[in-house]
Design a protein around this ligand. Structure first.
Ligand code: AHR
Length: 503
């Protein structure tokens, strides 16, 4: 039997606040991510509220989605907001050139998205079109959304059914402008970004001071730091007329190569180990982007926003390859937990992240098929991690142990802890090893524990998943630790994630 992993928890030493936006979502006009997945239209036989699926909203409310990033992704840099307002019958149909060449009917536009966010109780992260749009178009969108004085655009918004100004928490200044967002050099992007930052004004009087909209510039691209460096350099030297509050990082987990990423289901330990190894690159990416930001901004005024991340594998056989539809397995749940733990450990700089993507696309929370819907293993991790939203991180240290598969050697155990607003202490534990259980014992400083109860997510195989005919194969089960002498002991099953409240 392996020696227990000792997890030292400084129960009363406060760390950084874990911004709830670390648990944010991303919904792009891509495949069935919006149409079918969220929007079915008011005349659909699928139960809906003003065209938005009731089942999907209900499920997402349970994971307390803090914010939704929309309308892209690559789509954002070819999105023209005017095409998505006004009577549905008059909205132009376009080709979605980024994703599958299908018709974009524009029936889900600005008001429908705002309605959706409101139904979720989520805040809004808008990505503005820098690639093919103009500063004027973006400035008009912001005025249309946020003006409270009777300007022509405010009146147009009121005429379209929303008199009160909308609130926009985050404004993404473009998306991947090194690539699908216009293939801009770093210098070119920075010049554009400054103009968008200056002229896109949030006019909602309720959004001042602490509630002011945060502008997020494009940064890091899976290993390439050029944009981050250039953006931070410009920010440091900036004059009064423009500003940003954050820089993004995009980093996907690709188990194999870009051309042949690997299957989303029907795999064994090889693919599992490769997937976990690939996802641990996030730790390095975050550390490198943080180091660059620290050089220009040692006071940590700006946030790091990992506004696209997740596992990206081959599309489901037979599906439109431009739809990025993939199954979601227990491996993906382990990957979600590992990444959320990395983000929480870096909560002093990471103020938000958006997993790609919320429904039916890449590492989704929810899959739909006509009227049917299922919750993925990744959804269950987000559900189990709700107590960490806006909690205060608690310092944790441990020797992770090792999981070895062939020539891949990985940390076996992962752990994070935090106190929620009501003072409850929460502990999340991951056992990466798909074959061996892990015994974890605590060394709690500043607290005597008498119990630890919560849930564990595991399954028989690494590619276990939920399907429309077996939607509950992977679901959380009750889990607890043993208390003795004020300390706790846990037996984590192989390939599992557990979250417990420590009392
Ligand atoms: O999430 C899918 C795509 O991945 C996004 O549209 C793009 O920003 C990224 O390359």
């Amino acid at each position: 039997a392996q020696a227990p992993v000792k997890v030292e928890i400084q129960a009363n030493a406060p760390g950084a606040k874990i911004n709830r936006d670390i648990f944010g979502q991303f919904a792009e006009h891509l495949g069935t991510g919006i149409y079918e997945g969220v929007w079915v239209g008011p005349d659909s036989p699928i139960p809906n509220v003003r065209g938005i699926r009731t089942d999907v909203v209900q499920a997402l409310r349970a994971i307390k989605v803090p914010n939704v990033r929309w309308p892209g992704g690559c789509f954002a840099d070819e999105y023209h907001w005017r095409e998505g307002i006004g009577p549905a019958s008059r909205r132009p149909a376009r080709v979605n050139a980024s994703w599958g060449g299908v018709i974009e009917p524009n029936s889900f536009g600005t008001h429908e998205f705002m309605d959706f966010a409101d139904l979720l109780g989520a805040e809004v992260f808008l990505s503005v079109n820098v690639g093919s749009g103009t500063v004027q178009e973006g400035a008009d969108w912001l005025e249309y959304l946020t003006a409270d004085k009777p300007t022509t655009l405010q009146k147009e918004r009121a005429g379209n059914g929303h008199a009160a100004p909308y609130k926009i928490k985050y404004l993404g200044l473009g998306n991947e402008n090194w690539g699908c967002g216009g293939a801009m050099s770093t210098e070119h992007y920075v010049e554009e970004m400054k103009r968008f930052s200056h002229y896109l004004r949030n006019l909602n009087p309720a959004q001042s001071g602490d509630h002011a909209m945060k502008r997020v510039a494009v940064g890091w691209d899976s290993g390439n730091s050029d944009y981050t460096e250039e953006v931070m350099k410009a920010w440091k030297a900036k004059v009064w007329s423009w500003d940003i509050e954050g820089v993004s990082l995009h980093g996907y987990t690709i188990p194999n190569t870009w051309e042949k990423k690997g299957p989303s289901v029907g795999f064994g330990e090889d693919e599992y180990a490769k997937g976990i190894k690939a996802t641990l690159k996030m730790k390095e990416w975050v550390a490198k982007q943080t180091a660059i930001m620290d050089r220009y901004d040692p006071e940590k005024k700006l946030g790091l926003y990992v506004d696209e991340w997740g596992i990206w594998v081959d599309p489901n056989p037979g599906s439109n390859p431009g739809f990025l539809q993939q199954q979601n397995t227990l491996r993906d749940a382990v990957i979600a937990a590992i990444n959320l733990n990395i983000f929480m450990r870096n909560a002093d700089r990471i103020r938000g992240t958006n997993i790609a993507q919320m429904v039916n696309v890449l590492q989704a929370m929810i899959l739909t098929d006509g009227p049917k819907m299922l919750l993925t293993p990744t959804y269950h991790v987000y559900h189990m991690y709700v107590p960490f939203q806006d909690a205060t991180a608690v310092p944790v240290s441990f020797e992770a142990g090792t999981y070895v598969h062939g020539d891949i050697s990985l940390p076996q155990v992962d752990a994070v802890a935090a106190r929620d607003a009501s003072g409850k202490l929460w502990l999340a534990l991951v056992n990466v090893d798909p074959n061996q259980p892990a015994r974890v014992s605590t060394a709690l400083a500043g607290m005597k524990a008498s119990s630890a109860k919560g849930q564990v997510l595991t399954a028989g195989t690494v590619d276990a998943h939920n399907s429309f005919h077996r939607p509950n194969d992977v679901a959380p089960k009750p889990f607890s630790g043993r208390a003795a002498g004020g300390q706790l002991q846990f037996d984590l099953p192989p390939k599992s994630i557990a979250v417990v409240e420590v009392r």
